[in-house]
Design a binder for this molecule. Sequence first.
Ligand SMILES: Nc1nc2c(ncn2[C@@H]2O[C@H](COP(=O)(O)OP(=O)(O)O)[C@@H](O)[C@H]2O)c(=O)[nH]1
Ligand SMILES: [Mg+2]
Length: 221
Amino acid sequence: MTRLSVLLPIFNEERELDACLDRVLASPIPHEIIAVDDCSTDATAEILSRRRDGRLKVIRHEQNRGKGGGICTALEYVTGDVCIIQDADTEYDPCDYAKLIEPIKQGRAQVVYGARDLSTQPLIGHLGNKFLTVMTNLLVGTHLSDMETCYKVVPAALMRELNLQSRGFEIEPEISIKLGKRRVKILEVSISYAPRHAKKLRRFRDGFKSLAALFRYRFGD
Ligand SMILES: Nc1nc2c(ncn2[C@@H]2O[C@H](COP(=O)(O)OP(=O)(O)O)[C@@H](O)[C@H]2O)c(=O)[nH]1
Ligand SMILES: [Mg+2]
């Protein structure tokens, strides 16, 4: 049986964290959640401390280390077979977990990405995501339509082998380039996506960092 480990990087998510946790915990797929509170300054820690569920593990960073740093910490505590990254808001829908892990269970793919319909995003974000996805495909020969999705379902052992280094949002390009370089078969399935407006990602700064990361991990190690 496949057991899912949900990696939940969190920074100042008091508005949507409860709703996100409710939705993940309601998933019928057997899972654990590894929540990493990245030194939040709002009520995030309190919201997490109120939760009593054996499937939820909470870790707190004493200093902010970025989304990538949160994912790397979460990975140290994983006990499941397969990991998925879950943003701590309600943009992505845990109801999609079943169709994301099915191809791995059936041996049809090593890794599955949840592809969003990006046309619902503001134009600049849409174009930025498309550009970074096309660059990834050119650099490592993948055929992705949404490289930046957080719904990346990766066997835990493989995720650890990637030896992830990124601190911030460049974690997504790093994972994608490293999988592409290894010729891992990535299958995409379409997922639902409800973009929100208050994002921590800063489009231009983080976009350039992501572009630099694509080249760094393609030509470095
Ligand atoms: N650990 C950690 N997570 C962060 C940080 N900034 C954002 N995140 C998390 O990364 C995820 C994505 O952030 P979000 O603002 O939704 O960006 P989006 O990818 O544009 O939707 C959310 O779960 C955030 O809480 C950070 O500094 N540290
Ligand atoms: Mg988000």
